[in-house]
Design a protein around this ligand. Structure first.
Ligand code: NAD
Length: 429
C-alpha cells in the first residue's frame, strides 16, 4: 500500500527525534515488521501547538508556546509527562511521546504514548505566574485531555502543584471533578501512597531478578548506586532490604564507598536534614569519600546509574568494573558507551524496562481514581513488584529466544504489542 509520505523513512533535524526514529526503524526491520505498520507507527497521531498568553507580575504580557503530542492511542489513552523548560519544542515532545508508547507497551499497561510541555524558564517565574501559565495552558489543551483520551503527568520542572492547577482548571471547565485525567497528584488530593518509592523499587526489582535468573546468591552480591535522589535512594534501600550489599552511593557532592556496606539509614537521615537534600557531610564506618564520577568505577557486581543521562560514554565505559548494569535513569549509557560495554560482555538491563515503575505507578493512580477507591500502600507495592517481575521475565525470555541484547529485545517486544493491536483495530484509529 502506498501512502503520501508514510512509506518514506522519516529524518528529523531534532537529535532526540532522529534517534527515536532510527531506533524504531532498526528494531522494526529486525522484526520484519510490514512497511504498512512501520509507516503508521513512525508518525504521531496528533501534534498540537498552542499559544499561552500570561500576565506577568510586573504588568507585562508574555506569550509562551505550549505543546502536546499524542504519538499513539492504539493500546489506550496516551500517557506521558508535561515539562516546563526553555528547550521544549514539538519535535522533542514527539520523540519522548514515541518512547512513552514503547515504555507503556512493554510495561503491559493499557496506555499509548504522549508528551508535552511549555517552552519557558519556570525557575525565573513567580508561583502566581506559573499558576496563570499552567491554567491557560490547561484550557488550551483541554479538548484533547481526559481519562479515556490523554492522561498527562509531571516531568521536568513540574510536580504535584502543576497537576492540581491543570486538573482544577479542566474540572471547572467541565463542571465536574475529573481526577483520572492526570496522574502524579499529591497524596492529599487524589494521589497514591507508594508512588514516591515506585520507580526505585522497580529498578531494584529488575536487578534482583537478574541475579535470580543468573543463579546468584543475593547475600554475596554487591551493588553501587549513582544518584541518591528519588530513584537512586529507593533503589539502594530496596536492594539492601533484599540482602544485597550496597557498597557505594553518590550524588553531586561525591561518591561514598565502603566495602563493608553503606549505612543507608544514616544516608537517608543526612539527606533529610540537608537543605538541598544532598549527602553533604555523610560518613559511616569504613566509608571513603571519592570523586563524583568514581561511583561508576568501584569494584562491585551490579551498577545502578540512577542520576542522569549520558554518564557512561566513550570516555568512561572502559573503566566500569561491574559486569551487570541496570539503568535507573533515562539514557545513562550513550550508544558509544553501549558498544564498549557490549564488547566487554557487560549485561545491561535497559532504562525503559527498569525504570517503568513510575509509569506503572501512574497507571495504579488512574485505576484507583476511576474506581474512587484507594489501595493500601502494601497492595500498591505488591502489585508493582508483581508486574515488574513479569515484565523482566518477558524481556529476558524474548532476548534469549531471539538471541539479541536486552535493549533490542525490549524495543522489539514493545513494538510488537502495539503493532498487533494496530493490526487488530485497522488503520482507522
Ligand atoms: P532527583 O533529582 O530526585 O535525583 C537525582 C540525583 O542524582 C540527585 O541525588 C543528584 O545529586 C544526583 N546527580 C545529578 N547529577 C549527578 C552526577 N553527575 N553524578 C552523580 N550524581 C548526580 O531525580 P530522580 O527523580 O531520581 O531521577 C533520576 C533519573 O531517573 C532521571 O534520569 C529521570 O529522568 C529518571 N526517571 C525518574 C523517574 C521518577 O519517577 N522519578 C521515573 C523514570 C525515570
Amino acid at each position: 500500500m502506498a501512502a503520501d509520505s508514510g512509506t518514506m523513512r522519516r529524518k528529523a533535524t531534532n537529535v532526540l527525534l532522529d534517534t527515536a526514529l532510527e531506533e524504531f526503524y532498526g528494531a522494526a526491520d529486525e522484526m520484519g515488521l510490514s512497511e504498512r505498520l512501520i509507516a503508521i507507527l513512525s508518525h504521531s497521531e496528533r501534534r498540537l501547538e498552542v499559544s499561552v498568553p500570561v500576565e506577568m507580575d510586573d504588568g507585562s504580557l508574555r506569550v509562551f508556546k505550549g505543546y502536546r503530542v499524542q504519538h499513539s492511542t492504539a493500546l489506550g489513552p496516551s500517557k506521558g509527562g508535561l515539562r516546563y523548560d526553555p528547550a521544549v519544542d514539538i519535535d522533542e515532545c514527539e520523540a519522548l511521546a514515541m518512547l512513552m508508547t514503547w515504555k507503556c507497551s512493554l510495561a503491559g499497561i493499557p496506555y499509548g504514548g504522549g508528551k508535552g510541555g511549555i517552552a519557558c524558564d519556570p525557575l525565573t517565574m513567580s508561583k502566581k505566574e506559573r499558576e496563570r501559565m499552567s491554567r491557560t495552558f490547561a484550557a488550551r489543551i483541554a479538548p484533547n485531555i481526559g481519562r479515556w483520551s490523554d492522561v498527562p503527568a509531571p516531568d521536568m520542572n513540574t510536580g504535584g502543584q502543576e497537576m492540581v492547577w491543570i486538573m482544577d482548571t479542566i474540572s471547572k471547565m467541565r463542571g465536574q471533578i475529573e481526577p483520572a485525567q492526570l496522574t502524579g497528584k499529591p497524596i492529599a488530593y487524589w494521589g497514591s501512597r507508594g508512588r514516591n518509592e515506585a520507580t526505585g523499587r522497580g529498578v531494584a526489582t529488575c536487578g534482583l531478578e537478574t541475579m535470580k535468573v543468573l543463579g546468584k546468591d543475593l547475600a554475596k552480591m554487591t551493588a553501587a548506586v549513582q544518584g541518591f535522589g528519588n530513584v537512586g535512594s529507593f533503589t539502594a534501600k530496596t536492594l539492601a532490604d533484599a540482602g544485597v550489599k550496597v557498597v557505594a552511593i553518590s550524588d553531586v557532592t561525591g561518591t561514598y564507598y565502603s566495602p563493608r556496606g553503606i549505612d543507608l539509614v544514616k544516608a537517608f537521615e543526612t539527606v533529610r536534614n540537608d537543605p538541598k537534600r544532598l549527602l553533604n557531610g555523610f560518613s559511616c564506618e569504613g566509608c571513603e569519600k571519592l570523586g563524583v564520577a568514581d561511583v561508576l568505577f568501584v569494584d562491585c557486581d551490579f551498577l545502578f546509574p540512577c542520576a542522569r543521562d549520558g554518564v557512561i560514554n566513550k570516555d568512561t565505559a572502559g573503566r566500569v568494573k561491574a559486569k551487570h548494569i541496570v539503568e535507573g535513569a533515562n539514557g545513562p549509557i550513550t550508544p558509544e558507551g553501549d558498544a564498549i560495554l557490549n564488547d566487554a560482555g557487560v549485561l545491561i538491563v535497559p532504562d525503559f524496562l527498569a525504570n517503568a515503575g513510575g509509569v506503572i505507578g501512574s497507571y495504579f493512580e488512574w485505576a484507583q481514581n476511576l474506581q474512587g477507591v484507594f489501595w493500601t500502600e502494601q497492595e500498591y507495592n505488591d502489585r508493582l513488584v508483581h508486574i515488574m517481575k513479569d515484565n523482566f521475565r518477558r524481556v529476558w525470555d524474548y532476548a534469549e529466544a531471539k538471541k539479541v541484547k536486552m535493549r533490542r529485545a525490549a524495543t522489539m517486544a514493545a513494538i510488537q504489542r502495539v503493532a498487533d493491536v494496530v493490526e487488530l483495530r485497522g488503520t482507522f484509529l
